[in-house]
Design a protein around this ligand. Structure first.
Ligand SMILES: Cc1cc2nc3c(=O)[nH]c(=O)nc-3n(C[C@H](O)[C@H](O)[C@H](O)COP(=O)(O)O)c2cc1C
Length: 171
């Protein structure tokens, strides 16, 4: 697949994908997605984020069993877990930026991704050897979408419902 989108087109068209084809994502694209994570800006440039790359079918299956809201991850081509350091109050903002960086780079390459946050805390920590001082912020599954996504619409509020002018409340 060789879809290439510009920044704006990538942002406005990106959807979260939970059903993947069996098609492998190339190492080159995997590297780009990881580089998008590495390049993320963090509060105070603290660079506290850590990432676990999960690629084998067995470990993806285990990840699925360890989740409470992302059973679909077993069908992903690979997954990335974002770990944060609880010492930083802004850690979720940092994790969100890394998440979005990766999802957008993937989408611009034609690769879909979905995320989940619900985990069986104790079990996943044991299974993936996560140290106590790190928190599991989010897990993202990547892969080529199982079906063509052209014409799919996003369910979003219109700008009039969410934007105010100069002061909150002013239409
Ligand atoms: C903070 C956050 C938590 C989420 N948790 C889950 C989850 O546990 N499981 C899941 O399948 N999707 C999860 N999602 C994905 C959302 O359901 C998805 O982003 C939303 O429905 C919009 O999807 P769309 O861009 O395809 O329209 C989460 C998204 C966010 C931002």
């Amino acid at each position: 697949m060789s879809v290439k989108l510009g920044t704006y087109e990538t942002v406005v068209s990106k959807l979260d994908i939970r059903q993947f084809s069996g098609h492998d994502v190339s190492n080159e694209i995997r590297r780009k997605i990881l580089e998008a994570a590495r390049q993320v800006g963090t509060g105070l440039n603290s660079q506290h984020l850590r990432f676990v790359l999960i690629e084998s079918k067995d470990m993806l299956q285990l990840l699925s069993e360890d989740s409470t809201s992302g059973g679909w991850i077993s069908g992903a081509n690979f997954a990335i877990m974002i770990l944060t350091n609880s010492a930083y109050g802004f850690k979720m903002l940092d994790a969100g930026r890394a998440l979005q960086n990766m999802q957008l780079v993937a989408w611009s390459e034609g690769v879909g991704s979905g995320l989940f946050t619900g985990v069986k805390e104790k079990k996943i920590r044991t299974d993936f050897n996560i140290p106590e001082e790190l928190d599991i912020a989010v897990i993202i599954g990547f892969g080529y979408p199982s079906r063509k996504l052209t014409g799919m619409k996003k369910n979003r509020l219109s700008i009039n419902n969410i934007l105010y002018h100069q002061r909150y409340g002013n239409p």
